[in-house]
Design a binder for this molecule. Sequence first.
Ligand SMILES: [Zn+2]
Length: 455
Amino acid sequence: MHRFTLLSFLSIATLGQAATLYQGATIVSLADGDDTAVPGWILVDDNGYIEALGSGAAPEAASEKASESIDLSGQIVMPGFVSGHSHLWQSAFRGIAPDGELWPWLDAIHRTYGDDFAEGDLAAVTTHGALDQLVHGVTTTYNHSHWLDFPAELYFEQFQAEAKLPQRFVYAHCLPLKESPAVWREQIDTYFPEVQPAPDAPFLGLSLNVRNYGSEETLDEQIKLANELGLTYQLHYLEQSSRQEGDRAEWPSYMEHKVVGPRTTFAHFIHTDAAILKDAAAAGAAMVWNPLSNGRLGSGLADIPGYLKAGLGVGMGVDGQASADISDPFENMRMGLYATRMQDENADGLQPIDMLRLHTLRTAEVLKVDAYVGSLEPGKFADFLVIDPKSPATGPVWNPASHLVFSCSSANITAIYVGGKKVVEDGKVPGQDLAALSTEVAQRIAAIQERQSRN
Ligand SMILES: [Zn+2]
């Protein structure tokens, strides 16, 4: 982090206004090229941007600038986690279909309850999912929304609910494939405000949930719209093991229809072959690895070391809570790392610092939001976790990065800041009654079950 200090001095001197200085914590910035983890300081301006940070004691200019100084000695500070693939509404369906691979599991949720949602249900379950991720340390999520048998006003509750919460999000909009592209455009103009990233603005970007369930013409129209609007888009692909042969057979069509490009992310992307991997990497596409979900649904283990070696962009996601079923990025990193080491029968491949970076900066990169989030660097939003390795007691810290990945869990998070504002303290979200929300969601799900049983 030394390289930031000089830069910081210069910028501090030229900027006015008060700021908050966080001192004493071991800082794991996860910026590219910075693998250090040493005690240091972070200066956050009053707009919620990181103004400067460095190792050791804060320079005088930083102390003078700060109207408030917060001592975080003994704590570890790291960027908030980014989830590159999630379905927030599934938060109310944990533990369901325990013996199901992807498709039977989908049958048990989507195709059983999809047309039984009523007004307010999607807002409540989305809020439940987002706040659950947030208290586990996911400060930015990619909400791959679903449009089941919902009328439009219910479907858009997913976006409207998230826009009111402190968790940042990229919204993967699900186009209603039965409607015409003209209707798609009209809905986008009606329901989505312009994206204006700012420290206090949770909506970080619009993306598309592209589906290949219809005709080739429908696939072309979705990609055409994404290109016209300059949007990223994500497809589920190569997830369920028993369907892999058929999935792989779709690849030539994806290439022919120019689906695969630098704004494409594939969720899961497990059962690739050499040609698919080569094409995807050459096109600048990326994949999102979801180890908890891939384990829960028996989907398989993606060859992440091989993908990285091939130059493919890799991010990580906690997926929906119905397949994760705890949205804890620490568990997600451990599951992914341990499964890879078991498979490879060695421990000198992926390292803890790599896992931390995959679940933060690399995911922000594949989602094209790394100018704002994913690492602690001057000019980015002040989104960070304060982690106390002493509570629960995890023993002496030999190596902060490996301690975070091997020894800590979300239970060690004492505070979470988004845009310089404390949005989580000891598992609570100021202004949100999580217990009341939980009760409301249980009541709404009971009503959904009741309606389903009558259908
Ligand atoms: Zn998914």
